[in-house]
Design a binder for this molecule. Structure first.
Ligand SMILES: Cc1cc2nc3c(=O)[nH]c(=O)nc-3n(C[C@H](O)[C@H](O)[C@H](O)COP(=O)(O)O)c2cc1C
Length: 438
């Protein structure tokens, strides 16, 4: 069946970070720790019938760019950042439909601990919890957890595979009908329906069973963003939502086809996993207004520094040492490979300055700038061409703002709804229901 004209999914991606307080889209902001800003954001997304809100995470203040934390702290690049799990619990209580995904590292959490946490969160949220599985790259994180350095890239995916395999076994250690609450015979849970898992792996072992009940979804929605062969393989094996930052419709199509092929090889139905493309739509009342905002955002020195500082932190290479008017020399990284390749555009002869400008909002698959109708048409055209499942909307420079959110929820989404391409009502109750609705 042709995918053209079909409805697609919307997720929103941010961190538990200071909302924009000092840039073109600032809305007061910067004082976000009590979570109120994020509850309001979630409620706005729910009004717009988004599938889910997802929080990124990383657990160190980088000191890669210029060998110091100074730039990161001065401009709030990557840091400071709160732990998104308790925030997700609060959001869950103050929303009714929206899925809430949280990033947790498979390298720095123990399988039993994370399985229990996810199960508890899914129960608290009534079946609306998701786990963004990341293997973690980036400066300073290993040291915060008592290691000299991160395990190598592909080994981190082996560890991740074991963590998730154990977690899945633990989530299934309670049968669906294990809790009987039989008052007559005084039985809360039927012990014959709660099982040990006796998992023995290379990195971890766990006996089980989990000491909490099966959650409404059985397991959280698993989200992943692998870009390397090992990452895509891991995603194809486990994920139900895959988010990607590949650039341009050709690469988007190739990525989705690759994932779907790998899923089939694992015996999974590719339609049970939604591939979402990261975009940062800059929406104005008119095309001209949006273009002016876009230029203001991209031409700011802060944006250029942000790109260099983030890519330095993610890749472990201090990019402050390179001449902006020369191409970036080729280098290898065991950290986050794709992002460095994407910035450098090796082989094209482009200078670092040109590359930084083109990198724009660092994850975007396609650039979207214009009035609600212009952007909605471009989103529909790209998804029809690629055959994808939807978009993950990211705020410029990972800096959420009320102004940006309103431009999406009250500008762009109604234009997409008028075209019949995104939902106008929730039909299911769980995060997974939303994903499998179409
Ligand atoms: C949209 C998106 C969100 C991501 N969120 C996080 C995150 O919150 N924390 C993190 O450590 N990595 C995050 N990553 C990095 C990915 O997990 C992954 O490591 C990266 O895409 C590189 O792929 P690879 O690990 O296969 O090399 C994200 C990537 C993308 C594209």
């Amino acid at each position: 069946m042709s995918d053209v004209g079909r409805p697609f999914h919307l997720g929103y991606f941010t961190g538990f970070v200071p909302d924009e307080w000092n840039g073109p889209l600032a809305s007061g902001g910067g004082d976000f720790w009590n979570g109120h800003f994020y509850v309001e954001l979630a409620q706005a997304l729910e009004r717009a019938k988004f599938d889910f809100l997802m929080f990124e995470d990383a657990v160190a203040i980088p000191d890669t760019y210029g060998g110091s934390r100074e730039l990161y702290l001065r401009h709030n690049f990557v840091a400071p950042k709160g732990d998104p799990v308790p925030l997700a619990a609060i959001i869950g209580y103050l929303t009714r439909h929206l899925g809430v995904g949280v990033t947790m590292s498979t390298t720095f959490t123990l399988p039993y601990q994370v399985a229990r946490l996810c199960s508890t969160m899914d129960s608290l949220l009534g079946g609306r919890f998701g786990w963004n599985l990341v293997t973690t790259a980036g400066a300073g994180i290993a040291e915060n957890y008592g290691l000299d350095k991160l395990p190598d890239h592909d080994e981190r995916y082996e560890i991740a595979d074991e963590t998730v395999s154990i977690a899945k076994a633990l989530w299934n250690s309670w049968d669906e009908d294990a809790v009987v609450r039989d008052r007559e015979n005084g039985i809360y849970a039927d012990a014959s329906k709660v099982h040990e898992i006796n998992y023995r792996g290379t990195h971890f072992s766990s006996r089980g069973p989990l000491n909490t009940v099966r959650s409404p979804q059985g397991q959280p929605v698993l989200i992943q963003a692998g870009a390397s062969p090992a990452g895509m393989d891991f995603a194809a094996k486990h994920a139900e939502v895959i988010v990607t930052a590949v650039r341009g419709t050709e690469a988007m199509k190739a990525y989705r086809d690759e994932i779907r092929g790998r899923m089939t090889a694992y015996g999974r139905d590719p339609d049970t996993c939604k591939v979402l493309f990261v975009v940062t739509p800059i929406v104005g009342r008119t095309d001209e207004e949006a273009q002016a905002t876009y230029e203001a955002l991209l031409s700011s020195e802060r944006t250029a520094l942000d790109v260099l500082a983030r890519v330095s932190g993610w890749s472990g290479h201090d990019l402050s040492q390179y001449d902006l008017d020369e191409p970036l020399p080729e280098m290898h990284t065991e950290a986050s490979r794709g992002i460095l390749e994407r910035l450098a555009q090796w082989g094209t002869g482009k200078t670092l300055r040109q590359c930084v400008r083109e990198m724009g909002f660092s994850h975007d698959c396609i650039d979207l700038v214009g009035s609600p109708d212009t952007v909605a048409d471009a989103m529909c055209a790209a998804i029809d061409e690629v055959g994808g499942d939807g978009y993950l909307i990211e705020s410029p420079g990972f800096q959420p703002s009320r102004v940006f959110t309103a431009s999406i929820t009250d500008g762009l989404v109604p234009a997409l709804q008028r075209r019949g391409r995104v939902r106008t009502e929730y039909r299911g109750t769980t995060f997974r229901d939303h994903l499998l609705e179409f």
